[in-house]
Design a protein around this ligand. Structure first.
Ligand SMILES: *[C@@H]1O[C@H](CO)[C@@H](O)[C@H](O)[C@H]1NC(C)=O
Ligand SMILES: *[C@@H]1O[C@H](CO)[C@@H](O)[C@H](O)[C@H]1NC(C)=O
Ligand SMILES: *[C@@H]1O[C@H](CO)[C@@H](O)[C@H](O)[C@H]1NC(C)=O
Ligand SMILES: *[C@@H]1O[C@H](CO)[C@@H](O)[C@H](O)[C@H]1NC(C)=O
Ligand SMILES: *[C@@H]1O[C@H](CO)[C@@H](O)[C@H](O)[C@H]1NC(C)=O
Ligand SMILES: *[C@@H]1O[C@H](CO)[C@@H](O)[C@H](O)[C@H]1NC(C)=O
Ligand SMILES: *[C@@H]1O[C@H](CO)[C@@H](O)[C@H](O)[C@H]1NC(C)=O
Ligand SMILES: *[C@@H]1O[C@H](CO)[C@@H](O)[C@H](O)[C@H]1NC(C)=O
Length: 610
């Protein structure tokens, strides 16, 4: 393995934009919505996250992110975690504040994952009791304490902290001689974007800022969206998935300051080449297809959030996380041709300049040189990758059907979103499977009005019932439901009931009370009755709280099906609805939709596909 070459090749390519005329403050937060991104939150009840240094450096707004996927309580409260089958299709959805793919910015988006093979003990961090948010940053002393979330391993950070930074990188004027802090041999935890060397979990700041990184990392690549697809071959050949990385260690195995093979060997230390992760190279795609508008934290032109369909790799592990890195550089300088030779004063970009710019007098600009050319990121909570069940024929696809969003109205949830199904429009073939599963959190504050109700300590809850079409806001006749059939072609009432009541004990009248008993129990107080924990109509007694797993269901009925969540849908404030179209299935829809409905559906579909 030619690792020296790799390092030099990479260093030569590294680096960053410079803006000689466009002094724009770059704010480009990225938030992942499916799987739910934490934005460094855990189990806090507040509108803003507690600790932006908990696991990673997102650089995002503190209001972003979804709370921990748990019911309230300490380690004794176990809420099952999300899992995805090998080969199933998972839409990764996100919003970003700045554009990508409009050719007015240099931008790339890198999606990665890691599991507890390369990141042993990977965990979210479990509260110790019901008041504990478990949001403190991990330390050497707490490295084995399950209360503290852990992503990258501690040893990985220790190597980064000891190793010198790559001095070929562009750092503008962040050098000590100017006003900054960085030196030639500062450690790799001090970078242009993180000049004070702040620690975020056990993340390595130099790795955070640059992709692909030139030393071993626990991250496996999923996809790269690039502004320049001519770089795809290079990205794919140099991904750590398929190409190993070297690192320098002392004889004892302790971290070394040397950051390349030559200085490592001449310094008397040992250069170790770590093998590639051995998974397929990442997909490389033009950023044009994600086409988000500048400063629109939202949808693309087809009405959907930016998304990437991830086919879950054959890499079965109990604990995994997904990470999205959004990298933006506005400007007139080429992002990959700007290296340390462009540092101040060679290039004029410096902190808060106060100059005449050839005008008759002075002008002051607000410039923060650690924010020109910036990486933002978000990461999911821990999930599992499970073996594909052998009972499913190899040709059949598995589609994950999940829920995104959190309780509250659009203003309260922002920059998260209100509830929606993911995907909310799905076209599948008969014989394919859908894996219906969702989670949420009981840690989101209760938000009235219009917060999707529920008992004070029940947060996100979702269910799924069929409606006549996506314009309707009530369920259709239970006995005529046609979306889920049994092997004999009759409606699968057990499954339909499970999806509607998410495993609440509806047969037990003391666990699940009718409205009259609820009113009696609450002295006639309607509000209290609505929030009563025995109100199963509001999904207040769900055994796994925000989590529900409907398991795999084979699609057996042809048709165009609309469905909704009765708890969350609230015309006209919130539309928690989805659409499923099945063709080529074993059974025809026993209760054909009226032609007009079909027509409406088709129009809807055409709009979505545009
Ligand atoms: C990953 O975690 C699971 C559950 O904690 C454990 O059983 C498994 O051995 C771990 N895998 C590796 C490779 O450490
Ligand atoms: C961000 O883009 C710059 C080039 O503009 C590149 O050097 C860097 O590696 C990228 N970082 C990530 C995380 O994609
Ligand atoms: C795109 O990448 C290719 C290959 O690295 C390079 O030759 C070309 O200059 C790049 N184009 C732009 C516009 O960055
Ligand atoms: C639904 O919206 C109405 C106003 O349109 C609001 O008063 C009510 O609280 C909302 N209900 C829920 C469950 O969110
Ligand atoms: C639901 O449909 C069944 C079968 O068509 C019918 O017998 C029943 O009356 C319907 N129920 C309602 C409430 O419309
Ligand atoms: C119904 O629920 C109550 C309260 O949890 C319990 O005591 C009772 O055994 C349940 N009844 C049945 C038939 O399961
Ligand atoms: C929607 O929500 C807002 C605030 O959450 C509430 O004031 C309003 O009444 C709700 N209903 C409609 C129809 O807008
Ligand atoms: C379903 O309907 C289509 C079109 O009307 C027909 O060709 C097909 O034979 C039907 N299939 C079954 C299983 O009834």
């Amino acid at each position: 393995m030619k690792n020296t070459q790799l390092i030099f090749g990479l260093s030569a390519l590294l680096c960053f934009i410079l803006l000689n005329q466009l002094f724009v403050f770059i704010k480009a937060d990225v938030y992942m919505h499916n799987p739910r991104g934490s934005n460094d939150r855990n189990c806090e009840f507040h509108a803003n996250r507690n600790n932006a240094n908990r696991l990673f450096d997102s650089q995002n707004n503190a209001a972003g992110g979804y709370a921990c996927p748990r019911m309230i309580g300490g380690p004794e409260v176990v809420t099952p975690r999300m899992y995805y089958y090998v080969g199933s299709e998972l839409p990764i959805e996100w919003t970003s504040q700045h554009s990508c793919g409009f050719r007015n910015t240099y931008c790339n988006v890198v999606i990665q994952y890691m599991c507890n093979d390369t990141a042993p003990n990977l965990r979210d961090g479990t509260p110790e009791n019901e008041k504990d948010a478990a949001t403190d940053t991990i330390s050497e002393a707490t490295n084995n304490n399950p209360r503290y979330g852990l992503h990258e391993p501690m040893e990985y950070y220790m190597k980064c902290r000891t190793r010198r930074r790559n001095s070929g990188l562009y750092i503008a004027d962040q050098r000590q001689e100017n006003w900054g802090r960085l030196l030639e041999n500062s450690p790799a935890v001090e970078t242009r974007q993180n000049p004070n060397g702040n620690r975020h979990g056990w993340e390595c700041p130099e790795e955070r800022d640059y992709y692909p990184y030139w030393h071993p990392t626990p991250w496996k690549d999923i996809a790269i969206f690039t502004f320049n697809t001519s770089m795809c071959q290079w990205y794919q050949e140099n991904s750590e998935n398929v190409r190993g990385r070297g690192e320098c260690l002392q004889e004892s195995g302790a971290p070394s300051p040397f950051n390349n093979e030559k200085s490592c060997i001449s310094g008397g230390h040992n250069w170790h080449v770590r093998p590639a992760h051995g998974v397929d190279p990442p997909e490389c795609i033009s950023a044009d297809i994600i086409n988000v508008r500048d400063n629109h934290l939202g949808n693309t032109y087809n009405g959907q959030l930016v998304n990437y369909k991830w086919y879950i790799p054959n890499d079965v592990h109990e604990n995994c996380v997904v990470r999205i890195r959004y990298n933006i550089t506005t400007g007139d300088y080429h992002p990959f041709e700007t290296d340390s030779t462009f540092n101040y004063p060679k290039s004029p970009l410096k902190q808060d300049p106060f100059e005449n710019f050839e005008y008759p007098s002075w002008l002051s600009l607000a410039v923060n040189t650690n924010q020109y050319g910036r990486t933002f990121q978000d990461r999911s909570y821990v999930f599992s990758i499970k073996e594909r069940p052998s009972t499913i024929p190899a040709w059949a696809k598995i589609y994950n059907l999940n829920v995104r969003g959190k309780r509250g109205n659009i203003v309260q949830t922002f920059p998260s979103t209100e509830y929606d199904f993911v995907p909310n429009f799905l076209e599948a073939r008969g014989g394919d499977f859908i894996h219906i599963q969702w989670t949420g959190s009981d840690y989101n504050p209760q938000r009235n009005p219009n917060d999707a109700e529920g008992a004070p300590n029940t947060g996100d809850r979702s269910n799924l019932v069929q409606s006549d079409n996506s314009g309707f806001n009530y369920p259709r006749n239970y006995t005529r439901v046609t979306m889920f059939l049994k092997d004999d072609g009759t409606p699968d009432l057990d499954f339909i009931t499970r999806l509607a009541f998410i495993d609440q004990p509806i047969q037990n009248t003391s666990e699940c009370m009718d409205w009259k008993s609820l009113l009696e129990k609450n002295g006639g107080n309607k509000n209290k009755a609505e929030q009563d924990c025995n109100n199963c109509a509001k999904l207040n007694n769900a055994p796994n709280g925000p989590y529900f797993d409907g398991g795999l269901h084979e699609l057996k009925a042809n048709g165009m099906f609309a469905y909704m969540s009765t708890r969350n849908n609230n015309f006209s404030n919130r539309s928690h609805k989805g659409y499923l179209i099945v063709t080529g299935a074993r059974f025809n829809n026993s209760d054909k939709l009226k032609m007009s409905m079909t027509f409406i559906g088709l129009i809807f579909m055409i709009i979505l596909m545009l």
